[in-house]
Design a protein around this ligand. Sequence first.
Ligand code: ME8
Length: 520
Amino acid sequence: MDGPQRYYVTTPIYYVNDAPHIGHAYTTLACDVLARFKRLDGYDVKFLTGTDEHGQKVEKSAAAADMDPKAFTDKISRNFRDLADFMNFSHDDFIRTTEKRHLAACQDIWRRLQERGHIYLGSYAGWYDVRDEAFVPESELTVGPDGKKLAPSGAEVEWVEEPSYFFRLSAWQEPLLDFYQKNPDFILPRTRRNEVLSFVKGGLQDLSVSRTSFRWGIPVPGDDAHIMYVWLDALTNYITGVGYPDTESPEYGTYWPADLHMVGKDILRFHAVYWPAFLMAADLEPPRRVFAHGWWTNEGEKISKSVGNIIDPRELVEKYGLDQVRYFLLREVPFGNDGDFSHRAMVHRTNGDLANDFGNLAQRVLSMIAKNCGGAVPRAGSPTGDDDTLLAAAHDMHAGVAKCLDIQAFHEALDVLWGVVRAANAYVDHQAPWVLRKSDPDRMETVLYTLAEVIRHLALLAQPFMPGACERMLDQLAVTRDHRTFACLGSGNALVPGTTLPKPVGIFPRLVDETGEGAS
Ligand code: ME8
């Protein structure tokens, strides 16, 4: 018999050169929502995140901090793990590229590439961008205002000349183009796919995959003078995480190929060109999808340490609340586009969508039930056309949200939920249960029952986005812990009339920002 369907999702592994910021939290949050959604939907999920700890950039940062690289990476990696816990991320594994399991995986993939004739020894003479750990062809360079040569990312480059092993990337142009053609959804969004296609069509150069001028990396098997290029090392984490090099292991068999590598647009080329080429060359399957999301700026400015405008996710959460921040980041900007963070937008969005729309719906319905139905789930009575229409919309949400999340359209998934929030608020106004209380108490109970059922559906489906708030909402509806998966959506597990409900408490308070925006 077939087991449950499986889902493997990964974040980039973050460089341990610096403190984690909102951009890192954003990518992992997106993966967390997908992982939670799939788990609640009955999938066997693996969600991997971690830290990228080798390379010249980390070695330099450790030296600048006057620390040994190992001690330095231990310290900064811990900050990323702490942030993941703080943000309530539900990863199943946190990988560090300095772990033994990863050394074994990297050396094994190297051997596979070498045995199959894809690696040769030569020497590299050219430009290197340490910030992005990328070799930059002369043709892509620009000159900055101070005359310094710059990579397309704006980072300074330095001249490197050293013996190096090369991967025959040039041989993979046609196989890659063929792969993209056969797998039209391998790279999303579409605009990014087109960028990758034109890059590959422009011709591929062999890629330097080892370094000799510093030591902080994984030794090349059989040639200790070389360490592996940090991107070959880093990308391999995605298979280390599922038990590679043991390709016969149940974990590898279950989860590889990954369903989704979520990345920022800055590192798409590494994931959509180099990584599938390495895997195909090693006779391993490429992943199913790479999604490149957009870039956050802070009040219109690029987020950077030198500008001093890093947004610390902890500060945001302390100020606005965890679920509010999780909601805002995925609702404010169509996923895939760039977005600008502003405090004003954060307050506006939270007050509008959470306090006024969703929070108020739950609060007024639960208070009316507490006051008028003896604090227990009301009687369902005989629903009319209006009740059925609203319930049908609630029942349809699951399919709608799943469809949006299958293409990583988080903002649209939330819009599906909010369509029903708005319909439910309009239904309350139209049905006016406070009038029915005197004129037709049975009908009032049916209306409140219908609303409670709709809120149950909303709270169940919003769990991946706002786990804490939804948990409290489901507690207030007395939905037991074992009735919170998507298998409990629909009428089969509907609220049972007469069930005692706890005293309702507000879930999304209104926020007031420094400018007074939001004060009522
Ligand atoms: O590139 N807006 O690590 P990294 C949105 N170690 N997302 C942002 C962001 C912003 N302003 N800033 C960072 C690396 N990110 C490599 C990855 S994977 C095998 C190796 C997010 O620490 C975004 O996901 O520089 C981006 O791709 C990632 O952080 C870069 O993290």
